[in-house]
Design a binder for this molecule. Structure first.
Ligand SMILES: [Zn+2]
Length: 421
């Protein structure tokens, strides 16, 4: 099962000084900031996914020019340093234009984009369907609006394959299966196989319940040719990975390990068997709510600043075993009372401080940063914690591949398919 990491231009500045919170004077963001694969000895993923929509949304004009001129491999700095085994997959980013009548790209646009930028794999133009309902297979009729989206996606896939073959494109094409029920997804996969696709991306799974994803994959599996591999778009769900594989999934992509570092309420720092909350020590300047409260006279700015500084100092001292857990915890909670005040995170913070998970992680980030990796504070720390999560996720995946449980599960599946035959 190959893991593709979607690029969202969440880079880190290697010149950032965590004690002084300053950057190198000569730092140029575009030139010097690092992708996750530049922060570890080995890249924490098998491939990267670049969405056409993300380029339009997040890339600056000079970045776009460089991407088209140098190609995607050089742009992502995957061209050397032993990164040649990393595959680069392109897609349109259908979620970003979900509300539009038709996709904003033509098949010719997208083929030209993949080819000019030198992608290894390219996903056909699709239009996402977010109306999953298993009842559409029995008691209800699917609305025309969503049926039309599937028809359009299949038409695009046929055109995409024919044109990329005719132009002798170097990327491997993937067709997209969109659907609204198990049977409709199976219908898409069957059609795509008939067109000649042997690698199919399954879309629209993100908001679905795991049980519905599994039912859908089971239905797809009934029509799937043995040589057809599936890519699951935007889906993680680690606990179901063995089942996904047994239904023919060979790859997936997910930003979840990165995003959880700074978007989740509790699961910010991942280890092989559990997750931890990150310790909130926000910068007064960067915290809109806190700033507003100071301006309104509700919060004493001097006290807030004093607590912020003291928390940072005590956490560093705690990492060196020079202050007690209770002292750090009390200061964190006193500061939290000011910058948040809604939730008491005492138990969750106590658990992190007592277990000190960053001390046991052997990744390049944790070794270098120490306790800074646990601080929920500014993009430099938060993204690095996300990179650490990618490292852990990738290692869990590798370990899972070698596990006896997986071999056993695969055997069960092959026995089952023999019985069906
Ligand atoms: Zn780590």
């Amino acid at each position: 099962m190959k893991f593709f990491f979607p690029d969202s231009q969440d880079l880190v500045d290697p010149s950032f000084d965590f004690d002084k919170e300053t950057r190198g004077v000569s730092r140029l963001r575009q030139r010097d900031d690092c992708y996750p694969h530049e922060m570890f000895k080995l890249p924490p993923y098998d491939g990267m996914l670049v969405s056409r929509a993300i380029i339009d949304e997040r890339y600056t004009f000079p970045q776009k020019q460089r991407l088209f001129r140098k190609g995607v491999r050089e742009f992502l700095r995957l061209g050397d340093g032993g990164h040649n085994g990393i595959n680069i997959l392109g897609d349109c980013g259908a979620f970003s234009y979900k509300d539009q009548e038709i996709p904003p790209f033509t098949v010719d646009d997208v083929i030209g984009f993949y080819e000019q930028c030198g992608f290894d794999l390219g996903i056909s133009v699709d239009h996402i369907i977010l109306d999953y309902n298993a009842a559409f297979d029995s008691s209800m009729k699917a609305p025309k609006r969503i049926v039309d989206r599937q028809t359009l996606t299949l038409e695009y896939a046929a055109e995409f394959l024919a044109k990329s073959k005719k132009s002798k494109c170097r990327f491997q094409p993937l067709g997209v299966a969109q659907g609204w029920s198990p049977k409709s997804y199976a219908h898409s996969v069957k059609k795509l196989q008939n067109m000649g696709y042997s690698y199919v991306a399954v879309g629209g799974l993100v908001p679905m319940k795991t049980v519905d994803v599994l039912t859908t994959l089971e239905a797809i599996n009934e029509v799937r040719n043995k040589k057809t591999g599936l890519h699951l778009l935007g889906i993680t769900r680690f606990s179901s990975i063995t089942e996904f594989e047994n239904y023919g999934a060979i790859s997936f992509d997910s930003t979840s390990p990165l995003l959880q570092a700074f978007k989740s309420d509790n699961d910010n720092y991942h280890t092989h068997d559990t997750t931890y909350i990150a310790l909130r020590v926000p910068q007064i300047e960067g915290n809109a709510k806190l700033k507003a409260s100071i301006l309104a006279g509700k919060t004493n700015q001097d006290l807030a600043r004093k607590l912020e500084r003291e928390c940072l100092r005590l956490l560093k001292e705690f990492d060196r075993n020079r202050v007690s857990l209770d002292t750090v915890l009390n200061h964190l909670l006193a500061y939290e009372e000011i910058h948040d005040g809604r939730i008491n995170r005492r138990d969750a913070y106590f658990r992190v401080l007592e277990d000190r998970p960053w001390k046991y992680c052997t990744c390049d980030i944790c070794i270098k940063l120490g306790i800074h990796v646990m601080l929920f504070r500014g993009a430099e720390r938060n993204r690095r914690r996300g990179f650490h999560n990618l490292y852990v996720f990738n290692n869990r995946l590798r370990r899972h591949h070698d596990s006896p449980y997986r071999k056993q599960a695969t055997n069960i599946s092959s026995t089952k398919s023999k019985m069906i035959l």
